[in-house]
Design a protein around this ligand. Structure first.
Ligand code: ZN
Length: 270
């Protein structure tokens, strides 16, 4: 018995995946032992099936499990579970309350696992449990990674295992959670990548004025070009391709030397 991080009750604690099990299940279903070169590097980013053990059975399976189920169906509908994502836009359909809570949960999970920025997502515990509906101190945004063109040699070496199309374009399925750095002090951004879909939870410091939040939101959107805001009043948002491939989004784990867009400099692995 110990204290559950969510409901603060003294209960038997269970293991909670940082990224829900359905993500790993899909990843495993397409993983290919032939793809050693690229995947070995990707594995370091994925950090395996990272779990934390500070959530009680009820919070984990009843409350958080419902959010996982919603996210799974929204991501499935968007076509996220494919070995080579080639759409340039997606009409992403979701229930704002459930999807936002899911992203906040994943962000909070990864903060606890890494021990970084714990205070930022701690404030959303009641919201994640649906005990309040105060959406005022964060926004969520989304976009798509664009396909990466393999060189001739890369196509020969890895084309098959990365499910490259006939022109050598790849946009493989992988998942990761990372922090954006070098942002203004009053704002924290967690990036959650599921296949080609990229989501940001942009959290403002508590008690910030509306005017300041608007300013920061503008600044953020300028830095993270192409990210679309998922508005709390809507249930459908068009996600478009970002100037960023899966290789770029791996930040320090990148596999090539080209100049990367400004946004990528902001992102490091958690
Ligand atoms: Zn609990």
């Amino acid at each position: 018995m110990a204290i559950c991080i969510y409901c603060s009750q003294n209960k038997t604690l269970t293991r909670e995946h940082i990224m829900p099990a359905f993500v790993y299940t899909y990843q495993d279903s397409i993983s290919n032992s032939k793809s050693i070169g690229w995947r070995e590097k990707a594995q370091k980013v994925l950090q395996g099936e990272a779990v934390i053990k500070d959530v009680c059975d009820h919070c984990n399976n009843v409350v958080l499990g419902t959010l996982d189920a919603h996210a799974k169906s929204a991501l499935e509908k968007a076509g996220a579970f494919t070995p080579n994502f080639n759409k340039s836009t997606v009409d992403f359909e979701y229930d704002f309350n459930q999807y936002a809570r899911w992203l906040l949960k994943v962000a909070f999970n990864s903060s606890r696992a890494s021990g970084k920025h714990l205070g930022v997502f701690d404030q959303y515990k009641d919201l994640i449990l649906d005990k309040n509906k105060n959406y005022s101190s964060f926004i969520i945004t989304g976009g798509l990674l664009k396909p990466y063109k393999l060189t001739k040699q890369q196509k020969i070496d890895h084309g098959q295992s990365l499910f490259a199309d006939s022109s050598g374009y790849v946009n493989p399925f992988f998942s990761r959670v990372s922090w954006a750095q070098n942002l203004p002090n009053d704002i924290s951004v967690k990036q959650i990548v599921i296949g080609a879909l990229v989501f940001h939870v942009v959290s403002f410091s508590p008690n910030m004025s509306r005017v300041r939040k608007r300013e920061l939101q503008k600044e953020y959107l300028k830095m993270c070009k192409g990210m679309a805001i998922l508005n709390k009043g809507s249930s459908r948002t068009k996600l478009s391709q970002l100037p960023l491939t899966f290789v770029d989004s791996m930040g320090p784990h990148m596999l090539r030397e080209e100049v990367k867009p400004h946004m990528d400099k902001l992102l490091t692995s958690c």
